[in-house]
Design a binder for this molecule. Sequence first.
Ligand SMILES: Nc1nc2c(ncn2[C@@H]2O[C@H](COP(=O)(O)OP(=O)(O)OP(=O)(O)O)[C@@H](O)[C@H]2O)c(=O)[nH]1
Length: 397
Amino acid sequence: MDPLTLWYVVGGLFLAALVIVGFVAVNRRSAVRRAEERRQLQAGEAAGGRAGDDRGDVDVLDRPSGPASTGTVDDTGTAPDVVVPELDRPEATDTRLARLRRRLAGSNNALGRGLLLLLSRDQIDEQTWEDFEDTLITADLGVGPTTELVDTLRTRFRVEGVADAGRAREILRSELLALLDPSMDRTIRADRTDTPAVIMVVGVNGTGKTTTVGKLARVLVAEDKDVLLGAADTFRAAAAEQLQTWGDRVGVPTVRGAEGSDPASVAFEAVKAGIEGEVDVVLIDTAGRLHTKTGLMDELGKVKRVIERQAPVGEVLLVLDATTGQNGLTQARIFREVVDVTGIVLTKLDGSAKGGIVVQVQRELGVPVKLVGLGEGVDDLAPFDATVFVDALLETA
Ligand SMILES: Nc1nc2c(ncn2[C@@H]2O[C@H](COP(=O)(O)OP(=O)(O)OP(=O)(O)O)[C@@H](O)[C@H]2O)c(=O)[nH]1
C-alpha cells in the first residue's frame, strides 16, 4: 500500500472511532438524565403521599399509590428497572353505552316476558290481561302503576281497534314511556362552580355504594374531569381500601381516615382537599346504614351539614339494589327525609327481573333514577335513559 492510501485508511478509521465514541457519550448522558427525571418524579410522589401526615387521623393521598418503585441511578449510568403505575383508560362513553344497552336488552327480565305475552296473542282475552298484570307486579311495577297501565292499554286497544302486533307495540311503548316520565332531569350535577361539585353517595349496606363511587369516578375521568374521592365509610374496615383501589386505577386521589374515625371529619377534609386542589368533583362514599337506625341516619345528616360549611352538596345519590324490590322503596322514603336525595342509582339491574321498581321509586319520591348498575365490571354503570330502557324491554319482547 502506498503511503498516501495508508494515511487515508488511518484517517478514516480515526474518524469512525470519533463518531462511535461521541454517539456512546450522548446516549449515556441522556440515559442518566432520564433516570434522574424518573427518580425526582418518584421522590415527588412519595412526598405527595405523605402530605396528610399532619392532619390527625385523616390521610390525604395526593397521588395514587401504585406499585412502589425502587429505582436509583447506578454508577454505570444505566436506567434501573422502574415500576411506573399503569393507569386504566376508562371505557369511552359511546362504546360503554352501546354495550350496556345490549346488556339491558339481553337480560331476560319479567317485564320483557310480560310484554311478549301481550304482543304474541292474536286474541287478547281476559286471561291474557290477568297474566300480563301478574308479570308486571312480579317485575315490581307496583299495584297502582300496574292497574293504571293495564286500564289505559285496555281502553286504547279497544277504542283504536288494535289488530296487529306492530300497533300494539307502539301503544305499549308510548304508555311505558309516560310511566317513566322522560321529562325528569337526570343529569348528574358534576360541574364545578366556585367550589368543586360535591356528590354524596348513600344507602343501606351492600347495595353497591363503593362500587358505584368507583364506577362514577371512571365515568367522570373519561369526561376529562378532575376528581377526588372521600372515603367517609370509616365503619367497614376494607371500604376505604376498596375505594382507594378504584381511584388508583384511574389516577384519582383518595382522602381517607382511620377506621372508626368521624365520617363527617373525613368528608370535611376531602372537600377541603378538593377546594385546595381546585378539582372539578369530590365524590363522598358513606357507610352503609340501615334506614331503621335513627342514630346512624342522624350521623348521615351531620356528614352533609359539615360538608356544607365549605361547599354545597349538589347531588345526593341514593343507591338501591334492584333485587330488593319493595324494601328499596321503604329505604328511599327514609333516606330522602334525612338527606334530601336528588337522584337514585339502581344497581344490580343486570341480574334482576325487577326493573319495574324504577317507576315506583320515581313516582313515590318524585326523585329521578339517574344511573343504573348493569354488572360487576368496572365500566358497568350507565345513565338511566327512559327511552333506551323501554326500547330494551320491547326488544326482549
Ligand atoms: N351484578 C352486579 N353487582 C353489583 C353491581 N353494583 C355493585 N355490585 C356488587 O355488589 C357488592 C356490594 O358492593 P359494594 O360497593 O361493596 O357495596 P356497599 O354498598 O359499598 O357496601 P357497604 O359499604 O357494606 O354498605 C359487590 O360484590 C359489587 O361487585 C351491579 O350493578 N351489578
